[in-house]
Every structure is written in structure tokens, then in C-alpha cells.
Design a binder for this molecule. Structure first.
Ligand SMILES: Nc1ncnc2c1ncn2[C@@H]1O[C@H](COP(=O)(O)OP(=O)(O)OP(=O)(O)O)[C@@H](O)[C@H]1O
Ligand SMILES: [Mg+2]
Length: 486
């Protein structure tokens, strides 16, 4: 037996491009590196005219030439697996995969101890040479890099340049417009992902600008709004390391300031924004889900739970390369389930304070629900009805907002007076009959939207209590047929 070295083919560099970063997550990965390097200022610039480059400049510790080389090597920074407590990195891949997921060329220029050095990965160059070759830039090449003047005017720092932005701008006709749209979305993404750094939490101030405009933090918990309710911080130890949980119940919309009300995650997008907010070293990793512990419901839409975990517990969280997904370990999930029950209760209180539900317990999932408040009663379309969910599931946030608005307007405009007058005259509304073909079509659509159980019996159970399916007599047979795909 003998050992043989099997070096990966250069196409690996191209394959890595498909890890699935979007532009925001890719830039956030670079900013992770800047923060770890001790930066207090990060400037993102996107070429708004020709869309030919994106640059990310920081005033962190910078790197000498050998360190840049290590930084550009795949998994060059992994070491023995232990990381400083405040390190936002993990895989030794972020800089390369994030950058090349957007464009074909990545240049890293860094100023350290008075020396300015730059190295470059260029996918086309690597493929042409058939070898893992980086370019070492000479002074003249360095001088031509976008944003280089800004780096030269600093004492230390790092400039990352992305060019040939093929993936980032794929399919776009008006490149300049596309760049501007990407930068706008980026501002929102960074404002939330790094809000705790932008707020200066823990005495580590950070300023981020995007094309010269400062990014303002977006605090998902509205901790500054006095009407926000919060639980005491709960400390759980996993493998001896602290995980902190704090639950927040956001104020009812009437207690929001005008600025807060304009935020999409507090207006039409409120419902989608409920759930756990998982932070790794204070950097937001994922949000907007209850991690399978509950479904997003109308009544818990005011609840958001902050979960803080340290990087030493990475191995338990199944963190992905993009750092945009982390799955809670089973030990923690059990605890989170308890926390959930107590908070969704309190979110319900915020809601029912304004609108008490019909006191008669009603197991039916009706299309309409009657709400009683201090100033009277009103009717609402039940947003957790499967038909509404099936439609909403495939929509993006803006469209979902429009749908919610439409349903609210429909409900608000319901001709109650007219109905009242008719009932008073003993006029009866025309009974609604579902014709059998229509039932099948609707069941097929609900099945396709995956909002009902996979198991036919469970689906029957669920639909028996849901209008208008409760009145379908042969529901069981129809479901059996459609669920089996025949
Ligand atoms: N802006 C920067 N300033 C200083 N050093 C940097 C900078 N960007 C990258 N580095 C160095 O390059 C290394 C590689 O970065 P890269 O993002 O590829 O991996 P990582 O941060 O170690 O892990 P991850 O894949 O989880 O991001 C870093 O560990 C760091 O030493
Ligand atoms: Mg990194």
C-alpha cells in the first residue's frame, strides 16, 4: 500500500460559485471578515454607472502579502479548528465562495505596516492555465483598482474588489439600474444582519456605508419603544457554554412611531417576520421561522425571540457555509418549545386586548372571523385558512403585503349594513353549492401547495373542520383519490 496525492481539479473553483449566495449574504460574509479584523468602518461601493465592480473597504488590521496568500487559499485559514471567541469566520471559504458567487474575478489588496500588496483570483486565468494560480499584482495594476485611493489614504486596512459580475447581473438588461436595486436591497440586509454592531452593542462601534450613505441599524425587537414587552434573559448552558434566550412581544401597531410603521417588517410583513432570531457572536444568522416548533400564525405575529449562541457551539448548529442557516440542536429545541408556549400566549394578549375573539369556543376554521373590540365588532378574513395560505406561500414579501391589504380592505368594505337590512326583511341569501369538479380542483391545488398533511387520513381530519370543505359529503373518497395521484 502506498499514499498518493490527489489534487482537486481547477474546475472546483467554478463549482464553488454555486453555493447559493445572494448578493446581500455575499457582502455580509466579507463584512464578517472586516469585523473579525477589528474594523470600525466598512465602505461598500458599487459602480452605479457601468456596474463593472463592487468594492468593500475596511479599516481593520490589514494583511501582509503572505497573509493575503493564506486568505485566498481555499480553507487556508482553518488552522486547528479553534477560533478566537469573537471570530465570525469558520470554514476558511467565505471570502472566496462569496466573492466568486457574484463575479469571475476577486482581488484582495491590503495595507499593513506601510506596505500595500494585492493578489487576485481570476476564474478565466485559472481555467486557461489549468492550475491554481493567483496573480500577484504589480504597483501599476494596484493603482488601477477601484477605491484604491481610499485605502491608500488610510493607515491600515483591506480592500476587496469584485469584477466581471456575471452571476450578480445575470439576465439584467439595464445594468446600472440592476446595480442600484442590488445596493438598495443590500442596505436593508446589512441594517438587520449587523444591527447590534451598528448600535455599538458591547462597545464595538461599527459604521457601514453603501455608496457613501450610512446604513442605519434595524432593531427587530424595537427595544427602544417603551411599549415593547420582553422576558428576562434566560441562560441555558450547552456543553458548558452559554446560550441566551430573550423573548419580545412587539407593540400593537397603534403604539408604533411613524417611522416604525413604515418598516416592512412592522407593517404588512409583520407576520412573516415573527419567530426566532438566531445570532452567532451577535451577527444575525437566520430569522422569520419558528424552527418547526410552531407555525407562523396570525396571533403570534408580534412575537420575536432572540437566541444568542457563541461560535464555540458551531458544531451543534449545522451552520451552513453562507451563514444564513443554522438548525437548533435538540437540547435547545426542547427549551425553545417551552419558551414558545409562554410567549405566543403573551402576543395573543396584545392582539386580543384590541380584539377579543368570539368567546364561544369554535373548533371550525372559518373563512371569516368575527372580532370584538372596544369600539365595536368587525369581520376579518381568516389568514390561516389553508386556501389563503396556499396562495400566500408562493408570493414574495411585497406581493404578500398586497394580498394582506386586499383581504383587509375586502373585510373592511363588507356591506354589513346592507346585509343587516336584508336579514331584517327576512330575505335569505342564495345558498352556495360547491360543484364536485370544483371541489376536486381546489383539493388538487391545496395538495400542490403543500399546506395540508401528506397522510390522507390526517388531511381529511384537517379539512373536516375547514369551511367550505366541511360540507363536502364524500370528502374522504375525493382526498384518497387525489392524494394517491390517480
Ligand atoms: N478584511 C479582512 N481583513 C483582514 N483579514 C482578512 C480579511 N478578509 C479575510 N481575511 C483573512 O482571510 C481569512 C480567510 O477568510 P475567509 O472568509 O475565506 O474564511 P474565514 O473567515 O476564516 O471563514 P469563513 O469561511 O467562515 O468565512 C480570514 O480567516 C482572515 O484571516
Ligand atoms: Mg470569513
Amino acid at each position: 500500500m502506498r499514499d498518493e496525492e490527489l489534487v482537486p481539479g481547477v474546475e472546483l473553483l467554478t463549482s464553488m460559485r454555486s453555493v447559493g449566495y445572494d448578493f446581500g449574504a455575499a457582502v455580509a460574509d466579507l463584512i464578517d471578515n472586516s469585523i473579525t479584523a477589528g474594523a470600525t468602518e466598512v465602505a461598500v461601493v458599487g459602480d452605479p454607472i457601468e456596474a463593472s465592480y463592487v468594492t468593500v473597504l475596511d479599516n481593520g488590521a490589514g494583511m501582509d502579502e503572505q497573509s493575503i496568500r493564506q486568505a485566498l487559499r481555499l480553507a487556508g485559514s482553518v488552522g486547528d479548528g479553534t477560533r478566537a471567541e469573537d471570530d465570525l469566520g469558520r470554514f476558511g471559504l467565505g471570502l472566496k465562495t462569496a466573492s466568486l458567487s457574484q463575479g469571475r474575478q476577486l482581488t484582495v489588496a491590503s495595507l499593513h505596516d506601510g506596505a500595500l500588496k494585492a493578489l487576485q483570483w481570476d476564474i478565466d486565468h485559472v481555467r486557461e492555465t489549468g492550475r491554481w494560480t493567483v496573480r500577484v499584482l504589480g504597483e501599476a495594476d494596484i493603482a488601477e483598482l477601484p477605491s484604491i485611493d481610499a485605502l491608500e489614504s488610510m493607515d491600515q486596512g483591506t480592500l476587496v474588489v469584485w469584477r466581471q459580475l456575471d452571476v450578480m447581473l445575470a439576465g439584467e438588461v439595464d445594468l446600472s439600474k440592476a446595480m442600484v436595486a442590488h445596493l438598495t436591497a443590500l442596505r436593508h440586509h446589512l441594517a438587520l444582519t449587523f444591527h447590534r454592531f451598528l448600535e455599538g452593542e458591547g462597545g464595538r462601534p461599527l459604521a457601514i456605508t453603501v455608496n457613501g450613505v450610512a446604513v442605519q441599524p434595524v432593531d427587530p425587537f424595537l427595544t427602544r419603544n417603551r411599549a415593547t414587552q420582553s422576558s428576562p434573559t434566560e441562560l441555558i448552558r450547552i456543553e458548558g457554554l452559554p446560550v441566551e434566550i430573550k423573548a419580545f412581544t412587539l407593540p400593537h401597531v397603534s403604539k408604533l412611531t411613524a417611522t416604525e410603521r413604515r418598516r416592512p417588517d412592522l407593517g404588512a410583513g409583520m407576520r412573516e417576520a415573527q419567530g426566532f432570531y438566531i445570532y452567532r457572536n451577535k451577527r444575525l444568522i437566520s430569522h422569520g421561522t419558528w424552527a418547526g416548533l410552531a407555525r407562523r400564525a396570525e396571533l403570534s405575529k408580534q412575537s420575536r425571540v432572540r437566541v444568542d449562541f457563541p461560535n464555540a457551539l458551531d458544531h451543534l448548529w449545522r451552520l451552513d457555509i453562507k451563514k444564513s442557516r443554522a438548525e437548533a440542536p435538540a437540547v435547545l429545541k426542547r427549551r425553545l418549545a417551552d419558551v414558545m408556549t409562554s410567549i405566543t400566549g403573551s402576543s395573543e394578549r396584545v392582539h386580543t386586548f384590541r380584539a377579543r375573539k368570539d368567546p364561544q369556543l369554535d373548533p371550525m376554521q372559518r373563512l371569516w372571523s368575527r372580532q370584538n373590540g372596544r369600539d365595536g365588532y368587525w369581520y376579518e378574513v381568516n389568514l390561516s385558512h389553508p386556501s389563503v395560505r396556499a396562495l400566500a406561500e408562493d408570493l414574495d414579501e411585497a406581493q404578500r403585503g398586497l394580498l394582506n391589504d386586499l383581504l383587509e380592505d375586502l373585510a373592511g368594505g363588507f356591506p354589513v349594513e346592507d346585509l343587516y337590512a336584508s336579514v331584517a326583511k327576512s330575505e335569505h341569501p342564495k345558498p352556495i353549492h360547491l360543484d364536485p369538479d370544483a371541489v376536486d380542483e381546489r383539493l388538487t391545488a391545496l395538495r400542490a401547495a403543500a399546506v395540508l398533511p401528506d397522510e390522507p387520513k390526517a388531511a381529511v381530519m384537517a379539512l373536516k373542520n375547514i369551511e367550505p370543505f366541511d360540507s363536502v359529503e364524500d370528502l374522504e373518497d375525493r382526498i384518497a383519490k387525489i392524494w394517491s395521484g390517480s
